[in-house]
Ligand binder design. Sequence first.
Ligand code: NAD
Length: 262
Amino acid sequence: MKKIAFVIRKDDHSLSIKNQLEINLVKSGMIVDEKNPDLVICVGGDGTILYAVHKYSNKLDTAKFIGVHTGTLGFFTEYTDQEIDSCIHDILSEPCDDFTAALLEVNLIGDVPQHSKTIYALNEMRIENIIRTQVIDVYIDGEHFEKCRGTGVCLSTQVGSTAYNRSLGGAVIDSGLSIMQLSEITSIQHSKHHSLGVPYIMMRNRSVTFMSDTFNHALLCYDHLYMDLENIQKVVCTISDRCVHFARYRPYSYLKRLKNIY
Ligand code: NAD
């Protein structure tokens, strides 16, 4: 790995850690190439990794990602800011393992073809409407599953299971499983209307479609990004063949990360 790029959280501490990494790695022969990196070094937190993955979304086949956290220990970040020397040593000398995380592919079908588009998410996609009750029909592999009424729905990946999904009462999914998890966001449940009421975990080869008479005022939120759903008739989600490659230079304990957040 020769070409590196940095994505940093905008604070002085992250900038100073990035400077230390850059000086030492460049001194040892690495080249900073912002356009075409082999390794994207993210300094900040899990949010910085999300930002980097979307920034380099057209380089996912060739670039690997690594994270140094400057706040609390994250799920995507490998090194603490106290471990800069081992981070530099590992990048320079060690062969690395490749942990891959499949992206969620979200196909937005517009009322006219120009409004259709495809976006990708590492953590999750959410349809959220904080203005009015959002009614959503959920189809799994084309079969009607349920009608959701409430603020919206969240469809999470395995890596996203510890993020928004967890706040919704969704299950944390063990590292290595490739699934999608569907949860409702503040669902309305009463005698005349109720849905499953608990999250539903699906095999990775399912296709999940969300339809509504109207998505007026609804947002499609994906990772740290969002867009409005005006002119969108349905949203079709699958697990993509596109993956994010994380460089792993040393043993990773998912349980340790998990214990760290509660
Ligand atoms: P952000 O980047 O500030 O992240 C918000 C929090 O979510 C941070 O504490 C971050 O470390 C954590 N996080 C992100 N990905 C995670 C993961 N895979 N596992 C565990 N924690 C994770 O916020 P943002 O830019 O608004 O959104 C980015 C992500 O933050 C979203 O994908 C969403 O999952 C998460 N988020 C969670 C909530 C919530 O739990 N109520 C609210 C907003 C956003």
